[in-house]
Design a protein around this ligand. Sequence first.
Ligand SMILES: NC(=O)c1ccc[n+]([C@@H]2O[C@H](COP(=O)([O-])OP(=O)(O)OC[C@H]3O[C@@H](n4cnc5c(N)ncnc54)[C@H](OP(=O)(O)O)[C@@H]3O)[C@@H](O)[C@H]2O)c1
Length: 287
Amino acid sequence: MQREWLERFQEFVARKTRLAETAPLPPYRTELNDPDENALAVGNAWTNRLFDGPFYLSPAATPLRPACSLVFVQSSDGNTSAADPGVLGGGNTDTHLIYEGLSRVAADAVLAGAQTVHGSEVMFSVWHPQLIDLRMSLGLSRHPVQIVATLRGLEIADSMLFNLSDIPVVLLTVASGAEQMSHAVKLRPWITLLLMETPGDLRAAFERLRSTGIARISCIGGRTLARHLLDAGLIDDVYLTTGRNTGGEPGTPLASAPWRGGTVVRKGGTGVEQGVIFEHLLPCGRR
Ligand SMILES: NC(=O)c1ccc[n+]([C@@H]2O[C@H](COP(=O)([O-])OP(=O)(O)OC[C@H]3O[C@@H](n4cnc5c(N)ncnc54)[C@H](OP(=O)(O)O)[C@@H]3O)[C@@H](O)[C@H]2O)c1
């Protein structure tokens, strides 16, 4: 079984790499650049050219927990839910430079809600050789730890992400979800259960992740998980791309309650991506 997943993973890596290498990536142009003095700047010549400057990461509000960012694309009318977020019109540069790139290149782990991990061939990493080089230069493992949040429990046997023995997985769950998955997890020593007493116990869970060496997390959504993290005060940065298309599921903004604080960076797409807006924002109360 594992050999079969390994072969599928090799094909998946080849496909992801090909897509990342061949996609035309129109560069962004800076409209605003106002980082805090304690922000960490990451980039190499290739990313700096396409992103038109360094990409900033905020430190965690407290050293007791990992720094955590949200990365989202929304439609031009502000919706985030879509089976394929590509339809929201964020474009190739968002997909390959931001989403599968700068937002996670320095992350120890990628965190996703159960509804975002759909389909059997899913695994969250960086694929463009320039981004792999950048990640390696930061002294990180080739692939981030995969953290999946589920309350009810998930089908472990059906998804590639849970079946690659070299890539650690953490399941963020509660006792009932853990029970549902316990047999499958026992068979897979690379999967760890991170138990919360209640779904609202995210802060304590984050502190436990920090104690295992996870210092930076890129949370890729969706909005249900994002809202819980924002409410718990666990988000340090929001990377939000506004696409050129209307659509997505109506009434699905990143969060319903106000969350926007200061703007660190704003960039605009160029060429065929003219009209795309990338913003690096802080959650309210942070600046
Ligand atoms: N536009 C974008 O950038 C973007 C990004 C990500 C996703 N999406 C889209 O958004 C949709 C999915 O978003 P969504 O809001 O429905 O779902 P989601 O946030 O991906 O996942 C929600 C699930 O996460 C688990 N969960 C929620 N809170 C939790 C907590 N405190 N602790 C542990 N587990 C928790 C629960 O899993 P169980 O149900 O297993 O209990 C819950 O049903 C999809 O259409 C996806 O394609 C868009």
